[in-house]
Design a protein around this ligand. Structure first.
Ligand code: IPD
Ligand code: CA
Ligand code: CA
Length: 259
């Protein structure tokens, strides 16, 4: 039941994305530079929450646009109605709905739907990860120097040692391809299905990372913070890899090892 409602909710959000994509819509700015929110973000979140609450009126929801709603249940839905809003606003078909279900503090089910590519990623804790119902697994690359990586940059740049540009430069100077797609949820799913070997980012929120985190883990990958410590969706720094290059990535990110 939860599984089918999750798919229905993702589908409802995706329909709103497609309804507005490449059409005219209202755009406003959030905190930071070019941190957009569009009419479609609000419409998609509303449609998703309507599905959740029609089936489970007592469930909690944490939505990027509407914030936290309380409920008597210990089940919490963590919703990003459009991950990749800047892409969406520019007609770039790399954006998605991302929804995770947290039960008693543990992420137990996750869905990421990119309606432009027709890709539905799904994972259930202990039961594997799937792309359009086919099992997926992470890549087998064992060396960071041969890896294909992906990252993202926050809307408000972080000036700090080992900041986003410092790490980016470290890999790129050694010739390692580091892509930047503009949707953390898609980045994570593409690690899960082996297109990328690793992903890191500095300032993600729970709605960006929660679904992709479970999908990577269930595909056999590893997700931690930048120190290699256990990951919580409520902290900002994410490192997700195929597992094999994880320790090496931690060393390079922290500038303790040269590639
Ligand atoms: C953003 C995307 C982007 C990441 C940003 C996120 P949004 O989410 O995931 O890839 O670099 O940090 O905020 O704003 O498009 O939902
Ligand atoms: Ca997001
Ligand atoms: Ca969003």
């Amino acid at each position: 039941m939860l599984k089918s409602v999750l798919k229905e909710a993702a589908g409802a959000g995706a329909r709103e994305i497609l309804r507005f994509f490449n059409k005219s819509f209202k755009v406003s700015n959030k905190e930071g530079v070019n941190n957009l929110v569009t009419e479609a973000d609000h419409a998609a979140e509303k449609a998703i929450i309507e599905v959740i609450h029609r089936h489970y009126p007592d469930h909690q929801v944490l939505g990027e646009e509407s914030g936290a709603s309380t409920g008597s249940s210990s089940v919490k839905w963590i919703v990003d109605p459009i991950d990749g809003t800047v892409n969406f606003a520019h007609g770039i078909p790399l954006n998605c709905v991302s929804i995770a279900i947290e039960e008693d503090g543990v992420i137990t089910m996750a869905a990421v739907l990119n309606p432009h590519l027709n890709e539905y990623f799904f994972a259930e804790k202990g039961k594997g990860a799937f792309l359009n119902d086919q099992p997926i697994q992470v890549s087998s690359e064992a060396n960071a120097i041969n890896a294909c990586l992906v990252t993202g940059f926050p809307y408000t740049y972080i000036n700090m040692p080992n900041g986003p540009l410092e790490i980016f430069e470290r890999f790129v100077r050694k010739g390692v391809p580091v892509r930047r797609l503009g949707s953390a949820a898609i980045d994570l799913c593409w690690v899960a299905c082996g297109r990328f070997d690793g992903f890191y980012e500095h300032k993600l929120e729970p709605w960006d990372s929660a679904a992709g985190y479970l999908i990577v883990e269930e595909a056999g990958g590893k997700v931690t913070d930048h120190e290699g410590q256990p990951f919580s969706v409520y902290q900002h720094k994410v490192l997700a890899t195929n597992g094999k290059i994880h320790d090496e990535m931690v060393e390079v990110i922290n500038n303790r090892k040269e590639l």
